[in-house]
Design a protein around this ligand. Structure first.
Ligand code: GLY
Length: 374
């Protein structure tokens, strides 16, 4: 049966992980393969399908129906859509609901949705009865390219984004690029910021490929989406397989995220992750150029590539909160933020490690400038 899944997928990418490698199946029309994927990679009779209240009625329900038809007992749980739901409170409601439904250690969680869902449902799976398997079914470009791969799970807290969480690798990821057609155009575009990021840190040809295909990607052309998502996942998979728990090389995936996360927290998560990371990538490229580390012109190239994907205007943030969030970043040491800086498009500049310490005044200056628009 699993041969049929491999045949149906345009690409299958194996991601190395301590708990065992897992496949990411990518291609149009893959949702029908989910029961076969479950039976091969996360065999369980009882399944908790977790989705938000926007994606749930569309894709969550259709996933649940397919699983019921295949003989599974399904508990279907939803939470209010949006980053504001990625909280300890949502986590406690979902885990309580699973306990009430009597789900045991032999259940599996299927997360159907965007990055908020894969992070939150992944954290539920990581902690429920000390951990049950999770299969991700990402439905946004952002979740397909980034959030569903690599095992990062967690919730946001007042001090900052993703500050409470766990590494919990999925058992499998099913990326059906057909579902992107139901996503709002602006959200589809925003998620591609992460694909450009993968090119910016690792592969200039990938960066150019995403730029060239921006129009068909934003139009949700399923085969182009499958091609670019698969290429992006492959780049990310190479990195996380080398350093699953982010002791070293995986830190490069945080390019644009030190400032991006600070902006998201200071905007109370009313700004999309892609837009915040785009601001972060521009700011951190300017930072590197100012320090003489990043090739001159890199921020301008990023700006040209990112402009069709996201709003470049002023972001409404509380400046003090943004600075506090910067200091609370997970990479901070002694309250001082550290930044992943590019050497040029396609290459990260190494210091002693993968991040660079920057003094507060310089960091605050680029942060203040980018929130004014770029
Ligand atoms: N999104 C960054 C990472 O997975 O490491």
């Amino acid at each position: 049966m699993i041969t049929a899944v491999h045949e149906a997928a345009r690409d299958t990418i194996e991601v190395g992980a301590a708990a065992g490698a897992y496949p990411v199946f990518v291609g149009p029309d893959l949702l029908d393969q989910l029961p076969a994927v479950l039976s091969a990679y996360a065999s369980a009779h009882r399944v908790a399908v977790i989705s938000d209240d926007e994606v749930g009625p569309i894709h969550g329900a259709s996933v649940a129906r397919r699983l019921v038809d295949a003989g599974h007992e399904v508990t279907f749980l939803t939470f209010p859509a949006g980053e504001a739901s990625k909280t300890r409170k949502s986590w406690s409601i979902l885990t309580d609901d699973m306990l009430k439904a009597g789900l045991g250690r032999d259940c599996v969680v299927v997360a159907v949705g965007g990055g908020v869902t894969t992070d939150l449902a992944g954290f539920v799976a990581a902690t429920y009865l000390r951990g049950v398997p999770v299969v991700h079914v990402p439905t946004s470009t952002l979740a397909m390219i980034d959030a569903s791969v690599g095992g990062k799970t967690g919730v946001d807290v007042h001090a900052g984004k993703n500050l409470v969480g766990a590494f919990h690798a999925p058992s499998a990821v099913v990326v059906d690029t057909t579902v992107l057609a139901t996503l709002e155009r602006a959200r589809r575009a925003e998620g591609l910021v992460e694909a450009l990021k993968h090119g910016a840190i690792r592969d200039e040809a990938h960066f150019s490929m995403v730029m060239e295909r921006t129009e068909s990607l934003v139009a949700a052309e399923p085969m182009t989406c499958a091609e670019v998502v698969a290429a992006s996942v492959r780049l990310k998979a190479e990195i996380v397989a080398q350093d699953e728990f982010e002791g070293g090389v995986r830190q490069m995936l945080n390019f644009g995220h030190t400032i991006g996360h600070a902006i998201e927290a200071a905007a109370d998560y009313r700004i999309g992750h892609g837009r915040a990371v785009a601001c972060g990538m521009i700011a951190e490229a300017r930072l590197g150029e100012g320090l003489g580390i990043t090739e001159t012109g890199t921020a301008a190239r990023l700006s040209e590539a990112l402009a069709p994907l996201t709003d470049r205007g002023r972001v409404d943030v509380d400046g003090t909160r943004a600075r506090q969030a910067l200091a609370a970043d997970k990479k901070s040491r002694d309250g001082r933020p550290r930044f992943v800086l590019l050497r040029r498009i396609g290459e990260v500049a190494r210091d002693v490690g993968w991040t660079h310490e920057v003094d507060d005044d310089t960091a605050h200056a680029v942060l203040d400038a980018v929130v004014g628009g770029w």
